[in-house]
Design a protein around this ligand. Structure first.
Ligand code: PMP
Length: 405
């Protein structure tokens, strides 16, 4: 038995997926032409699975700021902020994020994954209780594994179920932290945050919202779902990422909690990893500004999202419950999803293949994410290609859940 023998089943599963055509886990782009187009195997390919919601990855002013910082500060910080110190940019980005959210404090992390991992696992200790939505992102589940706190899962997007579970432990003396997401990353479904906020108030617990997919997407100024539904005062911690709307990499948490800064010397995924390169920080500072300067990006993003969502639904595809930039098409089997994904790629459309066990209710998903930078023509081409491949595979009738309008 080798040390990797425990992965035999996983390897078999992987070979089955990769063997059906292109390996979805090792797609390699030859070049990026724009936020919405890349070269893949010598072919121009529409990018419809990048989470590049505002299309800022090629924004000239962001690139210029990044290059400037690269020249002034070098390629990396080569260590963590508590060991090697911070650069002006790190502090400036934290200040700007705190200002943007109207909060006292902000901590920037090297990835969004580490922001969740670090903040959640450090906030709750052994006497505390951590309540997670059952469809939580891997970074939240991994945080749950790291903390000594007792972890209690509640039904996905079900405030009543959370309330019931909180009432059962009403006498528990420790602190209680509830974690939900704004927009869920697989199906694009939105949390009933108003109702969660009410449960939070009634039970006197802390509430953390991961706005990774809703920052820059929802809310009057792009602060996310809490802003959109008017419950920001009820949210104690907002976690977000720079890898989606801001077009770079990194993560953060903002809060008004006094003494929040103590986490800088308690939170291991902050303390024991290198901080973000100044060039990344500089592009994020600029993209955060761009996001605020141009609310029209959000309007365009939503118009594109609606067009794709309705276009696919009208062709009879089963899509998620809410209209937003994550539009996921559910297919009846893993095999069909793999074949469909390969055919779309051959036609010049790239999106994400999401399969069980990584998906809610073990669904086989073709997950798309829309950008403000997509043209109407690109969205319409994507819809047509979905229809074309469905006809080629002769599977259209099996897909129809709602009658085509
Ligand atoms: N939270 C959610 C809900 C996510 O979907 C992701 C990544 N897709 C993360 C956190 C982690 O963010 P990052 O990729 O920036 O590390």
């Amino acid at each position: 038995m080798t040390i990797l023998a425990k992965y035999t089943k996983l390897r078999e599963h992987y070979h089955r997926i990769a063997g059906a055509g292109r390996d979805p886990f090792t797609v390699k782009f030859d070049a990026m032409l724009s936020p919405t187009e890349g070269m893949l195997n010598g072919r121009r390919t529409i990018l419809l699975g990048t989470n590049n919601y505002l299309g800022l990855t090629f924004d000239q002013s962001c690139i210029d700021k990044g290059v400037e910082a690269l020249k002034s500060f070098g390629t990396g910080t080569t260590g963590s902020r508590i060991a090697n110190g911070s650069y002006d940019g790190h502090a400036a980005l934290e200040r700007e994020l705190a200002k943007f959210y109207g909060r006292e404090n902000c901590m920037v992390f090297t990835t969004g994954y580490q922001a969740n991992l670090g903040i959640i696992s450090t906030l709750v200790g052994k006497d505390d209780l951590l309540f997670l939505d059952s469809d939580s992102h891997a970074s939240i589940y991994d945080a749950a594994k790291m903390t000594p706190a007792q972890v209690i899962r509640f039904r996905h997007n079900d405030p009543e179920d959370l309330n019931k579970r909180l009432r059962r432990v009403a006498d528990h003396p420790g602190n209680k932290l509830v974690v939900v997401e704004g927009i869920y990353s697989m199906l694009g479904d939105v949390a009933p945050l108003k109702e969660f906020a009410q449960v939070k108030r009634e039970n006197g617990v802390y509430l953390l919202v991961d706005e990774a997919h809703s920052m820059g997407v929802l809310g009057e100024t792009g602060r996310g779902l809490a802003q959109e539904v008017g419950v920001e005062d009820d949210v104690d911690f907002i976690v977000g990422t720079f890898s989606k709307s801001l077009g770079a990499v990194g993560g953060f948490c903002v809060s008004d909690l006094p003494d929040f800064d103590v986490l800088r010397v308690a939170c291991r995924p902050y303390m024991f990893t290198a901080s973000l390169p100044p060039s990344v920080i500089a592009t994020c500072l600029r993209s955060l500004e761009r996001m605020q300067e141009e609310p029209g990006l959000r309007t365009k993003l939503m118009a594109n999202s609606k067009r794709l969502y309705e276009g696919l639904r009208n062709k009879g595809f089963q899509v998620g419950p809410d209209v937003n930039p994550i539009v996921a098409v559910s297919l009846p089997s893993i095999e069909l999803a793999i074949t469909f994904w390969n055919r779309l790629l051959e036609e010049g459309l790239y999106l994400n293949l999401a399969l069980p066990p990584a998906t809610p209710n073990s669904q086989s998903l073709l997950r798309t994410s829309v950008s403000a930078a997509h043209t109407t023509k690109q969205i319409d081409t994507a819809i047509e290609l979905f229809g074309k491949v469905a006809r080629q595979l002769n599977v259209q009738p099996a897909l129809v859940q709602t009658a085509a309008e």
